[in-house]
Ligand binder design. Structure first.
Ligand code: SIN
Length: 598
């Protein structure tokens, strides 16, 4: 097996007939989480009927796991807050390599997007006077995170899906896109297969929007479910000639569940930041509230990268629990309050025999989010490849070197709406026809997939993905250095060599085949993470190099990755400055005062 980037090209032309279904649509949206749904709603409201495809049932996307909230400077509780401070916090915690336009568009549009979601029926928690309630979240100067208990992502996706259904947006589930249809100049659709029937599908469209999530599940320990955030969106874009940016910045959420304590199926799953936002405290095995040593002012609510490194250090230096974590305790708060504000956490731990109103949880950092991704123009979603747009976690820009909790959901709707409106403006015809050249390209891809399905070697994709996860966790994890990154790249080469001996045990409807396709996405993206991390000889946000522990002003640049004739090509690009009003908010130096929580 080869990387997806090479597969179709490597399959010889032949006359064997290949059966497939053809679907034609003015706009194809790949991915059905919040970002894809918001793009589709904007299109439908502008009179364009898109087709949304997803790997799962409608409404069952990774968005449902973003638990604790969504940021908007409503100032419900802290009237000093406004969108410029939201933008300043985002830039500050992103260590100033965010795209300022992306940040400003998100912060500026969010209050309206929240009111819109509320109008569409999202049941936000309310204050006694009926305004939308807001909670503290890490490293934000004010209470800015709107929430629905600790089920915010789920409630938001339910709301967006209901709206999309009201607008009669067509949705097709069980579709795995394996490659974009491109003549090397522009994107004209996508190819893939129906995961339920195995049927190959050619999706013809002049406008393809990738909203297919990030790549954090490539890591051994991660917060995603098995079949999401495998790097599909990034790999599809890279393979079609788009640039990726900042892929070395991977967010490790400080508080993932500990498998040795709660069972392997829970390993890495999120314990929402809302636990700390509602006052949760971290203790090591000796009962020491260790954040006092790392961040005496912001304590447990410092930025995720700071808290994750602190926990990792406690564990590494032998002050963790026997199960390999630290304690997160909210039991000092009233039981009724905990059950109301954190119902999912309460129920989940209750089902595991732990009453969090009385006992602590055991947690450790987990790979959670890709700050990097496709390099786009934020007002339009354009990738630089005609016909291809991207949005949501698939893209880089809003979060820079470290994402603020609550800003991922914000980005999906703030930017999703803008991208949908822009694409709607670009659509001039209905569903496009399919040329013979496009059919030939699609048939090559389908033959390549059939060849993949017939792989009869010795090693399974599941095993190779597990080994890949170990490589990234060990060599491109919370702490990195040159020797270890180089070793990671060498191990990746060795792993690639093993793919020639791949065995796919089932047909195209099996998980085995899906894993084989995932692997073809994961390999190039793992390489971009390792290469980007090696290139960036400084520490900044979530990228911490023990051999370059300081932030280097000369590195206030994005690392761009593209596919060249002989492999990946990397180059650095400078970052624009924020607008004067946001710069002013930066200079005013707002900061969260944690002690309000005590
Ligand atoms: C969380 O609830 O901690 C996750 C939300 C996010 O990552 O923004």
């Amino acid at each position: 097996m080869r990387d997806r980037l090479q597969t179709a090209d490597a399959v010889a032309e032949n006359d064997e007939p290949v059966d497939y279904q053809t679907v034609s649509t003015p706009v194809l949206v790949v991915g059905a989480g919040a970002a894809g749904a918001r793009v589709a709603i904007a299109l439908a409201e502008a009179g364009v009927e898109p087709l949304v495809v997803g790997k799962r049932d409608h409404g069952d996307a990774h968005t449902t796991w973003a638990a604790g909230g969504i940021n908007a400077a409503l100032g419900s509780l802290d009237p000093e807050d406004d969108w410029t401070v939201h933008a300043a916090d985002t830039l500050d915690e992103g260590h100033y390599i965010n795209d300022p336009e992306a940040v400003e568009l998100t912060a500026k549009h969010m209050p309206d997007r929240i009111r819109e979601l509320a109008d569409w029926g999202m049941p936000f928690d309310r204050t006694e006077d009926g305004t939308i309630n807001q909670r503290y979240f890490g490293a934000q100067s004010f209470r800015r995170t709107c929430f629905v208990g600790d089920r915010t992502g789920e409630a938001m996706l339910d709301t967006l899906v209901a709206k999309a259904r009201e607008l009669e947006v067509p949705y097709r589930d069980n579709v795995m896109v394996t490659r974009l249809l491109t003549d090397g100049e522009r994107v004209a659709g996508a190819m893939g297969f129906d995961m339920a029937t195995g049927e190959f599908v050619l999706l013809r469209s002049d406008h393809v929007v990738l909203a297919a999530g990030g790549a954090s599940a490539l890591y051994h320990r991660h917060s995603s479910r098995e079949d999401e955030n495998n790097g599909d969106g990034l790999a599809l874009a890279l393979g079609a000639g788009a640039r990726l940016a900042d892929v070395e910045f991977v967010q490790f959420h400080p508080t993932g569940m500990v498998g040795d304590r709660y069972g392997e199926e829970w390993d890495g799953r999120l314990v929402t930041e809302a636990v700390r936002g509602e006052g949760g405290r971290l203790f090591n095995a000796a009962g020491e509230r260790f954040m006092e040593r790392y961040s005496p002012d912001q304590m447990e609510l410092d930025a995720r990268d700071v808290v994750a490194r602190a926990i990792a250090r406690e564990i590494r230096e032998g002050r963790g629990t026997d199960d390999g974590g630290v304690y997160l305790d909210i039991s000092h708060r009233d039981g009724e309050y905990i059950r109301e504000r954190l119902p999912s956490m309460y129920e989940r731990f209750q089902s595991l025999g732990v009453d969090i109103t009385e006992a602590p949880m055991e947690v450790a950092p987990t790979a959670h989010y890709s700050m990097g991704g496709v390099d786009i123009d934020f007002a339009t979603g354009e990738t630089g490849v005609p016909g291809l747009y991207a949005v949501g976690e698939t893209v880089a820009g809003v979060h820079g070197a470290n994402r603020l909790g609550g800003n991922s959901l914000a980005e999906t709707v703030a930017i999703g709406k803008l991208v949908g409106e822009h694409v709607a403006d670009r659509v001039d015809d209905g569903a496009p026809t399919v040329t013979s050249g496009q059919r030939a390209l699609a048939e090559r891809e389908f033959r390549a997939l059939a060849e993949l399905e017939a792989s009869d070697g010795e090693v399974t994709a599941r095993d190779l993905l597990a080994d890949l996860g170990d490589i990234l966790w060990e060599h491109a994890g919370i702490l990195r250095d040159e020797a270890s990154l180089r070793e990671g790249l060498a191990k990746l080469d060795a792993l690639r060599a093993r793919t020639t001996d791949l065995r796919v045990a089932g047909d195209r409807t099996t998980r085995d085949f899906e894993f084989a396709v995932d692997l073809s996405f994961s390999l190039p993206i793992a390489e971009t993470i390792l290469r980007g991390a090696l290139e960036r000889t400084e520490s900044r946000g979530a990228h911490y190099r023990t051999d370059y522990p300081e932030t280097d002003g000369d590195w206030r640049r994005n690392i761009l990755v593209s596919e060249g004739p002989t492999g990946l090509e990397l180059r650095a690009r400078g970052v624009a400055d924020p607008s004067p009003e946001v710069q002013d908010a930066v200079e005013r130096g707002y900061e969260l005062d944690y002690h309000h929580l005590e």
